[in-house]
Design a protein around this ligand. Structure first.
Ligand code: G3P
Ligand code: CA
Length: 327
């Protein structure tokens, strides 16, 4: 095992942006006083979280290892079951994430599902983007919630990835539904901005109804509030609960903050999806015994994908669906 390999793992962004934002919010709001004592306390809390997180990564790394050999084929059929492959943000290794180009490449790939993220514009339109702001993946800036769709549509959503994608625009959910048309399953992650978007779950369901897409779409979220909005209306569309990870043997898990209790309250969801570092055999057994499936996010290395298949996960999200070779 190489130390550099572990350090690379540590550099990988393993927390969803909103989870990180929530954590940062907690740190920043602990105490805004400028006294030495409060600054020390704040730093101590921050360092403790970093230490805890790095420790969890190290333990997981020691158990799972880190591959450095030649690329291998992935196996998606194991013990007479087919593990689902989901194109994370489309085929985001070969095209700008969450664009129609990435979705088209995912449609041409062996992926069974295409995962996308959605947010809501100022004029209540649902658009496909990971971050709550335009800054990272377009030539615009600011909160999506503060911009109208027409303004967002003028932006270049591809050059940041490669110049050849300079004509890519930020797609709407409606455009993605029209492109996918049931040829693959669509796993739609409902995000939030600074606040929850008003009516977002209802708007999403209305679009699925309009495009007769309820039997080929799945809705997922880290946020219980969003899942509740979906479930409150008893919508006939499958849902997945997203978490980052669960502590072994203790009823403690992390979604956008630490939560205490079992997964029983998610009985209306069909899966509990988890970061691949935490998709251990023990976790898979626990969720299966509780009646859920589990998709692990996000693995690109074939050896890691094969390990996840061996551990019994039901699905794997990967950025690399366009280049992975299936056995
Ligand atoms: O689908 C799970 C995964 O996409 C969650 O993380 O930050 O990539 O949306 P993120
Ligand atoms: Ca996502």
């Amino acid at each position: 095992m190489k130390l550099s390999c572990f350090l690379n793992l540590c550099k990988t962004r393993i927390l969803p942006d909103q989870a990180s934002a929530r954590l940062n919010g907690v740190f920043l709001n602990v105490n805004r006083s400028n006294t030495l004592k409060s600054l020390f306390l704040k730093q101590l809390i921050k360092n403790s979280f970093t230490f805890l997180w790095s420790g969890l990564l190290l333990v997981n790394f020691l158990f799972t290892g880190c591959s450095s050999g030649t690329p291998e084929k992935i196996k998606l059929i194991s013990q007479n079951r087919k593990v689902m492959l989901a194109a994370h943000r489309g085929a985001s290794e070969v095209a700008p994430e969450n664009t129609l180009a990435a979705i088209q490449k995912a449609l041409d790939s062996p992926a069974d599902y295409i995962e996308i993220d959605i947010h809501q514009t100022l004029d209540s339109q649902l658009i496909v983007m990971h971050d709550a702001t335009l800054d990272r993946t377009t030539n615009g800036e600011g909160e999506i919630a503060a911009r109208a769709l027409a303004q967002i549509k003028t932006l270049d959503a591809g050059s940041w990835f490669k110049p050849e994608f300079k004509y890519e625009k930020v797609p709407t959910l409606e455009e993605v539904l029209k492109l996918v048309k049931g040829r693959k399953k669509l796993l739609i992650e409902l995000k939030k901005g600074h606040d929850f978007y008003p009516g977002m779950a209802d708007e999403t369901i209305a679009l699925l109804q309009k495009y007769n897409a309820r039997n080929w779409c799945v809705l997922q979220s880290f946020h219980d509030e969003i899942l509740q909005q979906i479930w409150q209306n008893e919508y006939n569309v499958p849902t997945h609960k997203l978490i980052v990870g669960k502590l072994p043997m203790l009823p403690v898990y992390f979604d956008v903050s630490f939560q205490f209790g079992t997964f029983d309250k998610y009985y209306r969801a069909s899966a509990i999806n988890v970061h691949h570092y935490f998709a251990t055999r023990g976790f898979v057994k626990l969720v299966h015994n509780a009646g859920f499936k589990t998709f692990a996010w996000t693995a690109d290395d074939p050896a890691e994908i094969n390990r996840l298949v061996d551990r019994g996960v039901d699905g794997i999200m990967s950025n690399a669906v366009a280049t992975l070779v299936v056995q």
